[in-house]
Every structure is written in structure tokens, then in C-alpha cells.
Design a protein around this ligand. Structure first.
Ligand SMILES: Cc1cc2nc3c(=O)[nH]c(=O)nc-3n(C[C@H](O)[C@H](O)[C@H](O)COP(=O)(O)OP(=O)(O)OC[C@H]3O[C@@H](n4cnc5c(N)ncnc54)[C@H](O)[C@@H]3O)c2cc1C
Length: 374
């Protein structure tokens, strides 16, 4: 029995566990996650607007592991020693024959403790419910979202949706972006479409400005502007967890590990999903569900091949596209190389979400809520 440890029960880790279990019964597979549930991240913004009930975006990892006949450990891994092939958690050392690192990414507060304490983030279900509770509390006069990437845009538009669906006066919503553009890395037509849509919702973009200070709901920008009684949501970057930083291996932007063409760090350790730095056409591959799932599959396949002393398969990223959904039932993106926008893009986004959801009951729940809260 070869011992395989998978750290991270997200898209990549679950995909690897699935493939391994269906490939061989001669493996002792242990899945470790600090959370008891798998979180379906692409729909977190929909929790904020109350479009989707958070319960439909969680899947119990223990139940999933039992179905797969995989051991599940609900614990935070503190360290990994690649040299000794061991993982340390809950004060115990667990040795492995093969390790899969799939710990995802998290909001980067750039070591600013005050910011971390004062601002909200959107990394998991709890974070999304926390923001919804803050909206319900009605205690803020302004909502300031720092970071004009897709998460920032989705949060801003879902806060707008929260107010408009309740027929409440929409509180001022701002996206503060330090560069010149919101969604700066995306094609011009998507920036324009999104910009126009944000304008229609009255969401103001403040460009080339940074947050200077935040204290008890008072947000000060470096252009001197002050927002009193404000809720700050920080979406200005992500990084891999510290566990990855302390591996002592070569990393690239966002702390992602530079892996070889087989997704390995060394012959018995694979690194996948948001953890892995891979290039496509000379550019870093973005973080995304489709890549995490495909990489989980390939890492597992390569473990089996490695055990059977067969030649490993190289990773070739297949990019099916991406969509930026917004709270007012508008979206834009590129799917299979084609431009999509408007309601059809919204439809494709939620279709992807339903398809990628882990359980039938959650799929039905998502469909029910989407239908009810059009
Ligand atoms: C708000 C939001 C919206 C998004 N929208 C989209 C979208 O529309 N389309 C799309 O393709 N992608 C989207 N993404 C990105 C996508 O969700 C990620 O790329 C994907 O989840 C990566 O999968 P993963 O398995 O690498 O990591 P994750 O799914 O994040 O899983 C990582 C797991 O590792 C666990 N973990 C971390 N550290 C430890 C530790 N030390 N010990 C034990 N467990 C640990 C975590 O608890 C977590 O369960 C979105 C992400 C966010 C946050």
C-alpha cells in the first residue's frame, strides 16, 4: 500500500482524490483540509447579494471522503518536509510516498496587520456570510472595495444587487484601484463593457489611488479623500498560503510554485491548482476552476504512472475561457475563443457553476435559488 497525502480539499485536491481512488484500490489516500467543507468559490459573491443560500455552496469533506474510501483529516497542515517526505499537523508527523499540494490561494494583505483586522475579504463561505451580515446590519454609509480585479467587480455589483433587490436606496459603492484600469489585464472591450455596466449601477471607480489608512470605519485614501462610516473590502491581490512559502522551493508571482512539465516539485511531490505556477503561451496561467480540476487529474494520473514506472504525461493547459458575472444579470467573457456578453454570458457562468458543483443536492439548490432570485 503506497501512502498518498493530498493537502487541500478544494477543486484540485478533490479531483486528484477522485482519480486516484478510481484508478487503484492499492493506495492509502489521506485528504487533509483545515475546513470541514469543500467551498464552491465562484459563487461566493452571490451569497453577498443573498441570491444563493450559502448551504448550497458547501460539501462535507468527511462524507465525500467516505464515498471515495479516502481517509479525511480535518486539520491545518503546519509544515511539509520535502527531504524527509513528511507532513506535520496536529503535532504529528505523517510520512508519505507521494504528496499532492493543493492548498489554493488567499487574500494578500501584504503583512499589514491593521488592514487585515479592519477589512473584509472573500476567501471562503464564512467570509461571504460575514459580509452579508454586515449588509444586514445597515451600519455603513459607504462601501469601499479595494482592488479592481474580477473579485472586486463581482463584490461591488453584488452589494448593489443586495440593495436594489430589497428596494432600498443603494448606498454609495466605490472601487479603489491603484492602476489606471479596472480589469486591467483583460481585453479592452471587456473593460469598456464592465465600465459602462458599473456606471449604470452608480458604482464609482477611483483610479490611480491607494488606501492610506483605515480605522474604525474611517477610510483615508492617498489623494486625501476620506470615507466615514465605511465598510472596506480588500481584494487587492492573492497569494499562496505560508505553508508553500516555507517549502524552500522556487516560486513565482503570488508565491506560486514553479513546477516541472509534469506538475512536480520533486519525484514524489506534485503541486497543483492555485499553488502551481504554469505558463500558457509565455504568460502565467490564471487561477481557475478548470485548471485546478485538470491538474488534479493529471497529478493523480502521473502518480499512478510513476508507481508503475511508466513515462509521465506532460501538462498542457486547455483554456475553455472565462466569464466576469455581475450582480445586475450582465456578464462578459470569452468562451471557446468567442466573445460572450449579456444574459447569455450570465447563463454560461451559472451553467459552469451547476456543472462543477460537487453534489446533486447542491446543484438542485443552486438551480432553485437562481430561479427564485432572478
Ligand atoms: C470570489 C471568487 C470567485 C471566483 N470565481 C471564479 C470563476 O468564476 N471561475 C473560475 O474558474 N475560478 C474562479 N475563482 C478561482 C477558483 O475558485 C480557484 O482558482 C480554485 O478554487 C482553485 O482551486 P484549488 O483546489 O487550487 O484551491 P481551493 O479551491 O482554494 O482549495 C484549497 C483548499 O486548501 C485548504 N488549505 C489551505 N491551506 C491549508 C493547510 N495549511 N492545511 C490544510 N488545508 C489547507 C483550504 O482550506 C481549501 O479548502 C474564484 C475565486 C474566488 C475567491
Amino acid at each position: 500500500m503506497k501512502k498518498i497525502i493530498i493537502i487541500g480539499g478544494g477543486f484540485a485536491g478533490i479531483s486528484a482524490a477522485n482519480f486516484l481512488r478510481h484508478s487503484s484500490n492499492q493506495l492509502e489516500i489521506t485528504l487533509i483540509d483545515q475546513k470541514p467543507d469543500f467551498n464552491f468559490l465562484p459563487m461566493l459573491p452571490d451569497i453577498i447579494s443573498n441570491r444563493i443560500d450559502a448551504k448550497f455552496l458547501a460539501d462535507n469533506l468527511q462524507n465525500n471522503a467516505e464515498k471515495l474510501k479516502v481517509k479525511f483529516l480535518n486539520a491545518r497542515v503546519d509544515s511539509v518536509c520535502l527531504k524527509e517526505s513528511k507532513v506535520t499537523c496536529l503535532g504529528n508527523d505523517i510520512f508519505y510516498d507521494y504528496l499532492i499540494l493543493a492548498t489554493g490561494s488567499q487574500t494578500n494583505f501584504y503583512n499589514d496587520i491593521n488592514l487585515q483586522e479592519q477589512a473584509f475579504k472573500l476567501d471562503n463561505l464564512e467570509d461571504a456570510v460575514l459580509i452579508l451580515n454586515e449588509l444586514n446590519s445597515q451600519k455603513y454609509e459607504n462601501f469601499v472595495i479595494c482592488g479592481g480585479g474580477y473579485t472586486g467587480v463581482e463584490i461591488a455589483t453584488n452589494i448593489w444587487r443586495y440593495f436594489s433587490k430589497r428596494k432600498l436606496a443603494v448606498k454609495p459603492i466605490f472601487i479603489v484601484e491603484k492602476s489606471n484600469e479596472v480589469l486591467g489585464r483583460l481585453p479592452r472591450w471587456m473593460q469598456e463593457y464592465t465600465g459602462l455596466n458599473l456606471k449604470k449601477m452608480g458604482i464609482e471607480i477611483i483610479r490611480q489611488v491607494e488606501i492610506k489608512a483605515v480605522s474604525d470605519g474611517k477610510i483615508t485614501l492617498n489623494n486625501g479623500k476620506i470615507f466615514p462610516e465605511s465598510c472596506l473590502i480588500w481584494t487587492a491581490g492573492v497569494k499562496t498560503p505560508d505553508l508553500i512559502k516555507h517549502l524552500g522551493v522556487k516560486t513565482a508571482a503570488q508565491g506560486r510554485v514553479i513546477v516541472d512539465e509534469y506538475l512536480r516539485i520533486n519525484p514524489n511531490c506534485f503541486c497543483i491548482g492555485d499553488n502551481a505556477y504554469v505558463e500558457i503561451n509565455g504568460q502565467p496561467l490564471r487561477m481557475g476552476v478548470q485548471f485546478a480540476i485538470a491538474q488534479g487529474d493529471l497529478a493523480a494520473r502521473n502518480i499512478i504512472r510513476s508507481m508503475q514506472r511508466e513515462k509521465l504525461k506532460k501538462y498542457h493547459a486547455l483554456d475553455l475561457g472565462y466569464i466576469i458575472p455581475m450582480g445586475n444579470n450582465k456578464a462578459c467573457g470569452i468562451v471557446l475563443g468567442l466573445k460572450v456578453k449579456g444574459v447569455s454570458a450570465v447563463f454560461l457562468h451559472y451553467l459552469m457553476c451547476i456543472f462543477r458543483s460537487l453534489s446533486i443536492s447542491n446543484r438542485l439548490g443552486i438551480i432553485k435559488d437562481l430561479w427564485k432570485n432572478k
